[in-house]
Design a protein around this ligand. Structure first.
Ligand SMILES: [Zn+2]
Length: 255
């Protein structure tokens, strides 16, 4: 799935990327649904009933063989469904930053959502946008979803502040980052890809986040609930839906 995205970026002209994805989606999804059919797992995004999720990048039970969703996507989808108003049938304007194809596909099937995806470079995004200088007026969106992006942004506080600015009163955002440290840490002297890889664990990350990420979001004016959704579910459901029980959902409202 993600290998295809990389291949599409390199080989195909930009105007063909959407067509390539649609062809892949229509041809592979039905075959995978049959090949991996079972009753022990269910993907919340594509509703596939499965024997198991696939191992991916060294992690067991990570990837849906039908739509390509990962644990973090399935966690957020369950949160959307169980804890938010996103699927209540009311029209809402939603901004999806750095769209992951499985999430995009599932969100686009919700016809009541006025959906806009954005990225600086991804061929799958509908618009290009610098999230530290968003070209939208205040109070433009009801919902913002941005996952595993802020760790790549030098001025993450500016991006958080921009998200808050374009969110309508009463709206909400889910802003996820990898939490891998005890405390958020960055050092301006760490400036090369190899140093970032060594210190932050990724050549393009600008910092390591700790649980104080919540206070970082609050510092720009959000009211934040850090919800350990998996811990609030039964262990059988955690296994059934293939999620990480230790991952928190950062649910942000405009206070
Ligand atoms: Zn799926």
């Amino acid at each position: 799935m993600f290998a295809l995205e990389l291949l599409a970026r390199k080989v195909l002209p930009r105007w063909l990327h959407g067509t390539a994805w649609n062809l892949y989606w229509r041809s592979v999804r039905p075959a995978a649904s049959v090949m991996y059919h079972g009753r022990r797992r269910q993907c919340p995004l594509c509703s596939a009933q499965l024997r198991r999720f696939l191992a991916f990048r060294g992690r067991e039970e990570e990837k849906c063989p039908v739509c390509g969703s990962l644990k973090r996507h399935r966690l957020i989808w369950l949160y959307f469904a169980q804890r938010t108003n996103l699927f209540d049938g009311v029209a809402r304007k939603m901004l999806h930053v750095a769209p992951e194809p499985p999430m995009t596909q599932a969100l686009k099937e919700k016809k009541e959502i006025d959906y806009l995806s954005t990225d600086l470079n991804s061929p799958f995004a509908m618009a290009r946008m610098d999230i530290t200088a968003i070209d939208y007026q205040d109070n433009s969106f009801d919902v913002i979803y941005c996952s595993h992006v802020l760790e790549h942004i030098a001025d993450d506080l500016k991006a958080m502040s921009e998200f808050r600015r374009i969110l309508r009163p009463g709206g909400w955002a889910i802003l996820q980052v990898p939490i891998i440290g005890e405390k958020t840490y960055s050092d301006p002297a760490i400036a090369t890809p190899s140093e970032r890889q060594r210190v932050y664990g990724h050549h393009d990350h600008k910092r390591i986040y700790g649980p104080d990420y919540k206070q970082r979001l609050e510092s720009v004016g959000f009211r934040v609930d850090a919800v350990p959704l998996g811990r609030e579910m039964s262990s059988s459901d955690v296994e059934f839906y293939g999620i990480d029980p230790d991952e928190h959902v950062y649910f942000c409202r405009k206070s």
